[in-house]
Ligand binder design. Structure first.
Ligand code: C2E
Ligand code: CA
Ligand code: CA
Ligand code: CA
Length: 278
């Protein structure tokens, strides 16, 4: 982290040096990465556990860095948020996903809605709305093919402005999912106030399903969401045991390595042709 990087001046450790020099290089290279076409999207199916049919997909950012191969977005999205580059990155993801959907449409492939992660930092300024509308219009796709994954933090800060932006998009057909549910300062009231199509139960609750507390929380989230008319997606599902538990408790949709990993667009395209997963 940044904090640890700063601390390394006080408390010398060669490992910290390596880490902060990597961060320095990533930060320096990120601006060039878009122009040099080193950024791209992977797509991961989200599946109906009763039929194994793919219902939608999540777009996940990848950076093919010349020195480090694939760098995780966990690493560079935070850097982009700190150095003011995040809005450019958000704009790029909108354009990239919309034009990818347009390409699939041109090939006459059966489409599924694709969800895009949006940093709360970008959602603070209203310019993201025009950026998204612009990308949708330019690509000539149906706005209902786009979903946005947002986190609870957005709902807490600046929520009036954001709510208006959100309603404009919902009227056009764009849907919203609340990501990483249960990890932020969740106020259940927000689920009523903001029109969420679905919530995504954070993978930490899924991976520790064995613990009875986590399974109680998961059950409660599913029941509550259903009472509010909101669909529930479980992410990070890796085992049959987890899948069984989620199915038994009425979880609507499943995302995880058990079905499929995030895939490059060429591999994902094959799933669009045969959207029933093994
Ligand atoms: P997230 O939104 O919670 O995305 C889910 C993460 O779980 C992805 O990591 C995905 O590859 C991973 N995953 C999926 N299935 C499994 C599984 O069965 N087991 C395990 N262990 N992991 C699984 P990824 O792709 O490394 O992305 C990490 C985070 O980076 C995302 O977490 C999201 O917060 C952020 N991110 C990704 N793409 C974008 C983007 O385009 N824009 C922004 N702002 N953030 C992004
Ligand atoms: Ca997500
Ligand atoms: Ca998530
Ligand atoms: Ca996350």
């Amino acid at each position: 982290t940044k904090q640890a990087g700063k601390a390394s001046y006080l408390l010398y450790s060669p490992y910290m040096d390596i880490e902060s020099s990597r961060q320095f290089k990533l930060e320096r290279d990120l601006r060039k990465a878009i122009e040099q076409k080193h950024l791209f999207m992977y797509y991961q199916p989200i599946v109906d556990p009763d039929t194994n049919q793919m219902l939608r997909a999540e777009a996940l950012l990848r950076w093919d860095h010349p020195d480090w191969k694939l760098v995780s977005p966990n690493e560079f999205v935070l850097l982009a948020e700190d150095n003011g580059f995040i809005d450019g990155l958000t704009h790029w993801t909108f354009k990239e996903v919309c034009s990818q959907i347009a390409e699939w449409k041109k090939k006459d492939l059966p489409l599924v809605p694709v969800s895009i992660n949006v940093s709360p930092k970008s959602l603070m300024k209203s310019s993201w709305v025009d950026s998204l509308f612009g990308a949708i219009t330019e690509a000539g796709i149906d706005p209902s093919m786009i979903e946005l994954e947002i986190t609870e933090n957005v709902l807490l800060d600046n929520h009036e402005g954001f709510q208006q932006d959100m309603e404009k998009l919902i009227r056009a057909g764009v849907r919203f999912a609340l990501d990483d549910f249960g990890t932020g300062y969740s106020s259940l009231l927000y689920l009523r106030k903001f029109q969420m199509d679905s919530i995504k139960i954070d993978h930490t609750f899924i991976s520790e399903q064995i613990s009875s507390k986590d399974s109680a929380i998961t059950k409660a989230i599913i029941d509550l969401s259903h009472e509010l008319g909101i669909k529930v997606i479980a992410e990070g599902v890796e085992t049959e045991e987890q899948l069984l538990f989620l199915k038994e408790n009425g979880c609507d949709q499943i995302q995880g390595y058990l079905y499929e990993r995030p895939l490059p667009h060429t591999d994902f395209e094959k799933l669009l042709v045969h959207p029933i997963l093994p």
